[in-house]
Design a protein around this ligand. Structure first.
Ligand code: BEZ
Ligand code: FE
Length: 300
């Protein structure tokens, strides 16, 4: 790969002028008392200037970028985080997750948190229903929480949250509902189970500048169907992940935030109306589905 200097159509003198700016900016961080901050700012400077020089950024494009960031700021509030969405669609969130959760062969893989986790979710007992009115096909989810040697992890806190079959999380409605989210604990044998709804694909919020960017580049805002998990237990690395639905066609098309990992794709078995449920829950002749997700926590 050629670097920005050698690839530049600018003459030698112009290249030297461009390089001089980078050197000056780098020197401006030389008194930074925090070595990590200095490292980050110096690297950011090098990469940012390399990008500007690589694409020979025009002043109009620079203005458009500033306008884009300004719009992202204006649409961001306590319930809407456009900058996280931007990080997500650029794959920066998934890259950060990946390098901070280095594969521990046997442990469950991580994926993006997303913007819809809410702390202090309702507690449910084993076998409880997280849907609490969220619409969708009832789905029984069960599995175990173990360590990487297969020993049960008792009392792990399992947070789960998901969109309804309209593609919306509770917090996207303005009626204050709490639905499609809860937390429960693994039992002494590490087992857990709950009812939720079968995940369906949904678009990330795309009525802002990030949506406009996706449209301009011909990309879909749709995420592959998934159910979020966050699992914590003393002595173990916190796990933030999702499970995906094996026969979801969106898996072929692609996930708009690059969150899919093969190991997280699970079979959701459709059950015909009238099929007895694992806990005897009456479903009034509705179809339902079931899946299994065994969670393996890495040591801290
Ligand atoms: C989500 O899964 O909830 C999500 C993740 C990234 C961006 C938007 C939504
Ligand atoms: Fe989600």
């Amino acid at each position: 790969m050629t670097d920005a200097l050698t690839a530049s159509p600018a003459g030698h003198e112009q290249c030297a002028r461009e390089e001089a700016i980078i050197e000056r900016v780098l020197r401006s961080f030389s008194q930074c008392p925090d070595p990590r901050l200095r490292q980050v700012m110096e690297s950011l400077t090098r990469h940012l200037h390399a990008f500007i020089r690589d694409v020979r950024l025009t002043e109009l494009e620079w203005s458009a970028a500033i306008r884009f960031l300004t719009e992202a700021g204006h649409i961001t509030n306590d319930n809407r985080q456009e900058f996280i969405l931007l990080s997500d669609v650029l794959g920066a969130s998934m890259q950060t997750v990946t390098l901070n959760n280095e594969g521990n062969g046997r442990a469950t893989e991580s994926t993006v948190l997303g913007p819809f986790f809410v702390p202090n979710s309702p507690h449910i007992d084993p076998g409880g229903d997280i849907a609490a009115g969220a619409t969708g096909t009832p789905t029984w989810v069960e599995g175990t929480v173990t360590d990487t040697d297969g020993h049960p992890v008792a009392g792990a806190r399992i947070e789960v949250w998901e969109a309804d079959d309209e593609g919306y999380y509770d917090v996207q409605y303005d009626d204050g509902r709490i639905a499609g989210r809860a937390h429960l604990h693994s039992g002494e044998d590490g087992r857990y189970s709950f009812w939720g709804v079968r995940p369906t694909p949904y678009p990330i919020p795309h009525d802002g500048p990030v949506g406009a960017l996706l449209e301009a580049v011909g990309r879909s805002p749709v995420r592959a169907a998934h159910l979020h998990f966050m699992v914590t237990a003393p002595g173990y690395h916190m796990l933030t992940t999702h499970i995906f639905v094996e026969d979801d066609p969106q898996l072929e098309v692609g996930d708009s935030v690059f969150g899919v990992r093969d190991s997280l794709i699970k079979r959701f078995e459709n059950q015909a109306p009238g099929t007895p449920t694992p806990d005897g829950r009456p479903l009034g002749g509705r179809p339902w589905s079931r899946t299994r997700f065994d969670i393996v926590l890495a040591p801290e």
